[in-house]
Design a binder for this molecule. Structure first.
Ligand code: HEM
Length: 536
């Protein structure tokens, strides 16, 4: 028969996490001994020193001394909520993943929204990218969609992640600024590493200061591969569309909110759910043929600094997300949740996007430190809602009491640990070329400006005005004139009007472009003004 394996099971649907260590009416020690007094330590007389034998004192203080865990190396500041994802069944022909394929199928989810650069205690309304990470507790294993509120990223190769984050976080000498990109190191990097210019303009646009988490779009950014029951594949990009539409703060509002209520977004999410105004998003897919070139309309689908404009590939709705329950305990849920791009159910697979590939390594690696050891998948918020029968054993913070004697395969003692191959995850057998090993990127990745110009040209006049003011303010905080001048050169390669306007604000001359500016057709869906959003 099956091995006698005992592992923690998932939190039941709709239930709050277990209230471990808060049972019974009376205060106890961690060992369950009832307390008479937790207000006074045990002393050698009322005026004497505290006695070493006071176990309750030592237990209470020692535990307190170790209450903090490291904040995330990025996305430290966040808020989260539970909810339900309901599939429309419209993706049935594309993927064998049941939570997407079966019409009406409901799946529990947990979502964590975040800023990227600020520390855990920083303000919510700073100009920054926002994380939008969703854990789907599917019957076939957990699926994590770890996205942002912007569809492009600063870098094309994951090996540059420490560089962009070192440049974007505070100055090493004075640890300022806490949470925004108004400083020399940020502009130094993005003006030298020009593939960052596209994401930077999204940051300088109104998208960088969302009104609320409820009014943000979400993007998986990378291209993923879906596989159906007939082993046919398509390439897709994931999009979240907020039911309330996309709304931003104006800059002055964001500054005021930072001071008056640094928890502005966190409070908004919590208050809305508690009031029954459940935030909703539609999940949609842009779907592309899985061709050997992995391009669509001349756009390289493996380049995470590029979008595919929605008028070229419409976003097709596949399901609905409703957030309907606030966390019971912030630490247990929002802080301890651990997302990973490799958490994929059968029917969804990765591509060779060199940013995605590096992320597959980084998240587990950092969580081994952040959550102290290899067993954080047993923390309630991280437990799959599918049965778990793995051969992972022991280690720090092991809570499972595993039975059986044979956590290895093949074996003849615990039933052999069979796995039915037809239901299991299959890595899509994509051909890996016979090209030599190189430290390089495709030539198609070398165009750093066309889509930034496309974005700029797609903005309404008022959005362009906000972008000009944002560049002017943020660059105005730089100490080094050479950095401002280098960024102005980047702006000249995007658009002369943009460059001249920012240069005027900075009191510097506007440089000429060093490239031929490409013709672009403005994309109506990039502007927030006048967009249609999913109806009921
Ligand atoms: C955390 C998104 C690129 C490393 C996060 C989080 C999000 C996110 C949403 C917060 C997760 C949470 O709420 O717990 C993205 C997106 C990227 C990207 C959309 C690009 C498209 C990268 C890259 C790396 C990386 C290239 C490294 C090579 C990390 C790390 C964390 C993190 C180490 C902290 C995870 C933890 O402590 O649990 N990212 N990220 N990210 N990201 Fe990324």
């Amino acid at each position: 028969g099956q091995p006698d394996t005992v592992t923690p099971t998932g939190v039941p649907t709709g239930a709050a996490p277990e209230a471990f260590a808060q049972q019974g009416a009376y205060l106890t020690t961690a060992q369950g001994t009832r307390l008479r007094d937790t207000d006074h330590s045990l002393k050698a007389g009322p005026r004497g020193p505290i006695l070493l034998q006071d176990h309750h004192f030592r237990e209470k203080i020692t535990h307190f001394d170790h209450e903090r865990i490291p904040e995330r190396v990025v996305h430290a500041r966040g808020a989260g909520a539970h909810g339900v994802f309901t599939s429309y069944g419209t993706a049935a022909g594309l993927t064998r993943a049941g939570f997407l394929a079966a019409k009406g199928k409901e799946t529990d989810v947990f979502v964590r929204f975040s800023t990227v650069l600020g520390s855990r205690g920083s303000a919510d309304t700073v100009r920054d990218t926002r994380g939008f990470a969703t854990k789907f507790y599917t019957d076939e294993g957990t699926f994590d969609l770890v996205g942002n509120n912007m569809p492009v990223f600063f870098i094309q190769d994951a090996i540059k992640f420490p560089d962009i984050i070192h440049a974007g976080k505070w100055h090493p000498d004075r640890e300022i600024p806490q949470a925004q990109s108004a400083h020399d190191t940020f502009w130094d990097f993005v003006s030298l590493h020009t593939e960052a210019q596209h994401h930077t303009m999204w940051n300088m646009s109104d998208r960088g200061i969302p009104r609320s988490y409820r009014t943000m779009e979400g993007f998986g950014v990378h291209t993923f591969r879906l596989v159906n029951d007939s082993d046919e594949t398509v390439l897709v990009k994931f999009h979240w569309k907020p039911k309330l539409g996309v709304h931003s703060l104006v800059w002055e509002e964001a500054q005021l909110a930072s001071g008056v209520d640094p928890d502005f977004h966190r409070r908004d999410l919590y208050d809305a759910i508690e009031a029954g105004a459940y935030p909703e998003w539609e999940l949609g897919l842009q779907v592309f043929p899985d061709t050997p070139e992995e391009t669509f309309a001349g756009i390289d689908l493996l380049d995470p600094t590029k979008i595919v404009p929605e008028e070229l590939a419409p976003v097709q709705p596949v399901g609905k997300l409703v957030l309907n329950r606030t966390p019971t305990n912030f630490h247990a849920e929002v802080e301890q949740v651990a997302f990973h791009l490799g958490h994929l159910p059968p029917g969804i697979d990765v591509t060779n996007d060199p940013l995605l590939q590096g992320r597959l390594f980084s998240y587990l690696d950092t969580q081994l430190t952040r959550l102290a050891g290899p067993n954080f998948h047993q923390i309630p918020i991280n437990r799959p809602h599918a049965p778990v029968n793995d051969m992972l054993r022991d280690g720090f913070h092991q809570h499972a009491v595993h039975g059986g004697v044979a956590p290895y395969r093949p074996n003849s003692l615990d039933g052999g640990n069979p796995f039915p191959a037809e239901d299991g995850f299959v890595d899509v057998p994509v051909t890996v070329t016979e090209a030599p090993k190189v430290r390089d990127l495709p030539v198609s990745f070398k165009d750093h400006y066309t889509q930034v110009r496309l974005f700029w040209k797609s903005m309404s006049a008022v959005e362009q005005e906000h972008i000009i003011r944002a560049y002017t303010f943020e660059l105005g905080k730089c100490y080094e004139q050479a950095i401002k001048e280098r960024q102005l050169q980047c702006l000249a390669n995007i658009d002369p009007v943009l460059c001249a306007s920012v240069a005027l604000g900075l009191g510097l001359p506007a440089p000429k472009p060093t490239i031929e500016l490409p013709e672009v057709t403005p994309s109506p869906v990039l502007s927030q003004v006048g967009r249609q959003w999913p109806a009921d």
